[in-house]
Design a protein around this ligand. Structure first.
Ligand SMILES: Nc1ncnc2c1ncn2[C@@H]1O[C@H](COP(=O)(O)OP(=O)(O)OP(=O)(O)O)[C@@H](O)[C@H]1O
Ligand SMILES: [Mg+2]
Length: 239
């Protein structure tokens, strides 16, 4: 498969705290990669550097085709008083200033059609006219995925997309992310705090520790000692 996202030598410090100290990884088209790591290990910072929300101190981010990746967040950030379809259309206007993309404009017909097909993709076409605030958390997260799809990016990043969801809704969102990789050929990278979900849904697992990718495994090979090494590194005696 083609490499859709490649990150090399990514470095970022905040003041004298070095958070990313040479992060290297790639995500291919058609695969779902999960990034694990303890609180504060720099997972969000790494994703934010990839989408350009944070400026890295050094390193290279290469995204094939389109110039940017789309991102979904743990805090879902829909405009709650607007309709579901308008929220998805806003993704298609990502290039415009926020004030314009959220103004009560009439979205062009072709954008509405694209948004509708993105809503179909996440299984929520029947809720298009509802206010976003009427949907459950899991449904809202799927709308956020649809909005990201509407940007047309080939690389989709998700920062803790299921942390606020119940287990059934979390499974639904993870199944969706896996389908977008396996069926639609997107390159998907998701930050999770649930190693079991990573094992069940991901193709590969990466682990961030001490500012570097210290773990890279096919998801099926993720072991308990891998997990201990990531989350309680002081307890692990090196062999
Ligand atoms: N804008 C910022 N200014 C200063 N420090 C920051 C900033 N953003 C992140 N940090 C610091 O960088 C470190 C990594 O933060 P980051 O949010 O990337 O971690 P994370 O792995 O996503 O953690 P979590 O699992 O809690 O979401 C933390 O020590 C955090 O305090
Ligand atoms: Mg984070």
């Amino acid at each position: 498969m083609d490499t859709a996202l490649s990150v090399k030598g990514l470095r970022k410090s905040f003041g004298d705290r070095t958070v990313l100290n040479g992060v290297d990884f790639r995500v291919d088209s058609g695969e779902l990669v999960v990034l694990l790591g303890a609180n504060g290990s720099g997972k969000s910072t790494a994703l934010r550097c990839v989408v350009g929300l944070t400026k890295p101190d050094a390193g290279e981010v290469k995204i094939a085709g389109k110039t940017s990746a789309a991102m979904v967040f743990q805090q879902i950030h829909l405009v709650r008083r607007r309709s579901v379809i308008d929220n998805v259309c806003a993704g298609g206007l990502a290039g415009l200033p926020l004030s314009r993309s959220l103004a009560p404009v009439l979205f062009p017909k072709e954008l509405k059609e694209r948004a509708m097909s993105c809503l179909e993709r996440v299984g929520l076409a029947d809720r298009a006219r509802d206010k976003a605030s009427k949907l459950s958390g899991g449904q809202q997260q799927r709308v956020a995925v649809a909005r990201a799809l509407c940007q047309g990016a080939k690389v989709l990043l998700a920062d803790e997309p299921v942390s606020a969801l119940d287990p059934a809704a979390a499974k639904q969102v993870m199944d969706l992310l896996a389908e977008l990789a396996h069926e639609d050929g997107l390159a998907v990278a998701a930050v999770l705090h649930q190693p079991d979900l990573a094992r069940r849904h991901a193709d590969r697992v990466l682990g961030l520790l001490h500012g570097e990718i210290r773990l890279a495994r096919p998801a099926g090979e993720l072991s308990e000692s891998d997990i201990d090494a990531l989350y309680a590194p002081d307890l692990v005696v090196e062999a």
